[in-house]
Design a protein. Sequence first.
Length: 345
Amino acid sequence: MNFSLFAQMERIDEEQSQKRLYEEYVELYQIADRSGFKTIWTGEHHGMNFTIAPNPFINLADLANKTKNVRLGTGTIIAPFWHPIKLAEEAAMTDIISGGRLEIGIARGAYSFEYDRLADGIDPFSAGSAMREIVPAIKGLWRGDYTGEGEHWSFPKTTSSPKPLQSPHPPIWIAARDQNSHDFAVQQGCNVQVTPLWLGDDEVVSLMEKFNNSCEKFKDIERPKIMVLRHTFVGESEEEVVQGAKDISRFYCYFGAWFKNERPISQGLIEKLTDEEMSKIEMYSPEKMRQNSIIGTPDEVIERIKFCENLGFDEYSYWIDSSMSFEKKKKSLELFIDKVMPEFT
């Protein structure tokens, strides 16, 4: 099983310097690059300081010159926010700049806050059709002389300029949750990214079952890869582990507030949640986080990841966004590298 690292610039306080956040973000990826991770992933979001990620290709082009070994992944491009020609060309240019290290993950997106501003009337719950249209379109543009005749985008015969360095194109990953998304990914010959978010191992099992169902349904297509993305924290002591669970609980309380899109927002920051408000959100409680996410001592984390490995996942992605300080993120990552990863080599 391969390991990857997923990170974004996360900001919940106006006192946090955005420049410093980017420098810390780069440093975490450089640690991963030196330490045997296969891929680093970064997402796309807009207008939200909680996840500052306006164009992952810009970040990955920069990281291509600041790393040597890791592959560079978009986790994920939000399909309805892109024209297929722009997506095909920006991905291809990033692939060239990175020396053929690009992995491109694509999703339909989730935050209604972003859809209200960029999706031209599409809502996140009906955006699957855009994702299903854009994947064959970018493949066609990379082949060349492709004419767009879709529901969302129509355009005359066009060839991506440039074309990607990798042949026939960079690996494509689809963020999948429901059975239809798994079916689409496998049928298109794409790899699959899944995340249980705040849910536990039952959800991980369910997501793998859906993937296996799709592979069984499309036996004539070579089985793609599947990656699981999970919030992860490694602590040396019970005290550190308990605090890590509290930090990830706070992350999900803010995640939920952004997702509900009901709270006042100013200067890209959502109105701060009080400790009392967060204490009332049972599904994101520290106890639930400790139970469901991959949080624990090295031995506990090894056992939980072995569970994913035994289910058949090809890649485990360490989701480091957590509302905790850079120093705590770095220490946890280094413990993961030193104490956890050697058990899987």
